[in-house]
Write a protein of this length. Structure first.
Length: 381
C-alpha cells in the first residue's frame, strides 16, 4: 500500500534527538546557531525531501534514493524502483520532490540524467512510495518528461523540481554545455519547463500552439539552474543559475521571458576572460535580480519562513559549491539589499538548502562521504 504519513508528536520528538555538533558556535548578524550532523555516508547527495513522518528522502547522484530516519540513521537499503540514470560528469540522480498531496497519493518525483538516442538529457519520472518489511520502493513508475534532443556532453543538466501555487510542476534545466541551444525555440535545453503533475502540457503555457517552439517551455535563455523556490508572499518562482567565469544569477521567472544566455551575461569565457555574446544587456532580455562575480557556484535555495530564527524571517538562503558557504540574502521586495556569508570553508561544498517543517534549516554537502546537516539556534554567549 502507499505510505500514509501523519504529522504531529512523532515529528516534534524526532527532530530533537541528539546529534553531533560539527562546527563551533556561529554568530550571524541576525542569529546565533550551531551546526549538527544528522547523517553521514551519503555519496554525493543532491537533494532532500521531508516525509510527513519525520524521515528524509535523499537523492545520491550515482543513482540511489536513500531513506534517512528522523534520528539521522541511514537505511542501508536504497529505495527500489528508481529509474536508471546516466551518472557521468554532472549527470546522475538529481532532485527529489513530493507531490503536494503526497500524504494521500504517495507520488515522489525525481529529476535525473536519462540515456537514449544521442546520449543523455534531463528527465523527470514519478512513482508511488510504498514499503513493507522488505524495504521501500517506487511503484507505478512513469517517465513524464524527456528533454530532447539528447547530447554526449557531460554538464548542465539542471535540475530542480518545484510545484507552484497553480499546481503545475516547474522543471529547471541547463543548456547541456551547448550554449546555442538555450536560444533555439525548438530545443528543450536551456529552458524552464512547466507541466501538469502527470506530464501533460498546460493550455496556457506561453509557446503552446507556436509551431516553431516547444510547448513545454515556460522561459528560455538559461545556462544551468540548480536552485529554485517559491517566494512566500508573491508565490513567484525564483531560480538561480551558474554563470560561466562569473555571472551567477538569481532570476524571478515570468512566462515567456528570455533570460539572455548566451547572448547576454555578466560572466566571461573560462581562462580567457573574453566576452561572451554582446555584453550584459539587450532589449527584450531580462536582467538578473542579483548576480555574483566572481562565481560562487550556487546550488540549492530556500526562503526562510520558520519560527526558529526570528532574525532570518523572509531571508533567502543559497548554498555555494565553489565558495563552500551558505549565503544569507536580505530582501526588500524583489531587491537584494544585503548578503552575509556563513560557514565559509567549514562544512565543504553545499549542494542543497531546505527549510524543514520543524523550522530548522537543513543542508546537504557534496562529497563522496556527504552529510545531512541541521542548523539549530543557539544562545549568544
Amino acid at each position: 500500500m502507499v505510505w500514509r504519513f501523519l504529522f504531529g508528536g512523532l515529528l516534534c520528538v524526532a527532530v530533537l534527538s541528539p546529534a553531533r555538533a560539527v562546527a563551533e558556535l556561529q554568530r550571524s548578524e541576525k542569529a546565533a546557531f550551531r551546526v549538527v550532523e544528522l547523517s553521514v555516508g551519503l555519496e554525493h547527495p543532491w537533494s532532500l525531501a521531508f516525509l510527513p513522518d519525520g524521515r528524509f528522502l535523499v537523492s545520491e547522484r550515482p543513482g540511489r534514493l536513500r531513506l534517512v530516519g528522523a534520528d539521522g540513521r541511514l537505511d542501508p537499503r536504497p529505495v527500489g524502483g528508481v529509474p536508471v540514470v546516466v551518472a557521468r560528469g554532472q549527470g546522475g540522480l538529481l532532485d527529489v520532490a513530493l507531490h503536494p498531496q503526497f500524504a494521500s497519493n504517495g507520488w515522489v518525483y525525481l529529476s535525473y540524467a536519462g540515456g537514449g538516442e544521442g546520449g543523455a538529457g534531463t528527465e523527470v519520472a514519478r512513482g508511488r512510495l510504498v514499503g513493507d518489511a522488505s524495504g521501500s520502493r517506487l511503484v507505478d513508475l512513469q517517465v513524464i518528461y524527456r528533454q530532447q534532443p539528447k547530447s554526449l556532453e557531460r554538464v548542465h543538466f539542471g535540475s530542480r523540481l518545484v510545484f507552484g501555487g497553480d499546481g503545475m510542476l516547474y522543471i529547471t534545466q541547463g543548456d547541456r554545455g551547448e550554449m546555442e541551444r538555450a536560444q533555439a525555440p525548438g530545443d528543450l535545453a536551456g529552458k524552464l519547463v512547466r507541466l501538469h503533475d502527470d506530464g501533460r502540457v498546460p493550455a496556457d503555457n506561453p509557446w503552446r500552439g507556436v509551431a516553431s517552439a516547444r510547448p513545454e517551455a515556460y522561459s528560455t535563455g538559461h545556462r544551468s539552474m540548480q536552485g529554485a523556490a517559491l517566494h512566500p508572499q508573491s508565490g513567484a518562482l525564483w531560480t538561480h543559475e551558474h554563470g560561466p567565469q562569473g555571472g551567477d544569477e538569481i532570476n524571478v521567472i515570468r512566462p515567456g521571458r528570455n533570460y539572455g544566455w548566451p547572448l547576454i551575461t555578466y560572466g566571461v569565457n573560462y581562462g580567457l576572460g573574453t566576452k561572451i555574446g554582446v555584453g550584459t544587456h539587450l532589449p527584450g532580455m531580462e536582467q538578473p535580480l542579483y548576480q555574483w562575480t566572481p562565481s560562487i557556484a550556487p546550488s540549492g535555495m530556500a526562503f526562510y519562513t520558520g519560527g526558529r530564527f526570528p532574525g532570518w524571517q523572509g531571508n533567502l538562503f543559497v548554498g555555494a559549491l565553489k565558495a563552500q558557504a551558505l549565503l544569507r540574502l536580505e530582501l526588500d521586495g524583489d531587491r537584494v539589499v544585503g548578503e552575509e556569508r556563513l560557514l565559509v570553508g567549514q562544512v565543504g561544498r553545499i549542494r542543497d538548502v531546505r527549510q524543514g517543517p520543524d523550522g530548522f534549516l537543513y543542508l546537504l554537502t557534496d562529497a563522496a562521504d556527504g552529510r545531512l546537516l541541521r542548523l539549530e539556534p543557539a544562545a549568544r554567549p
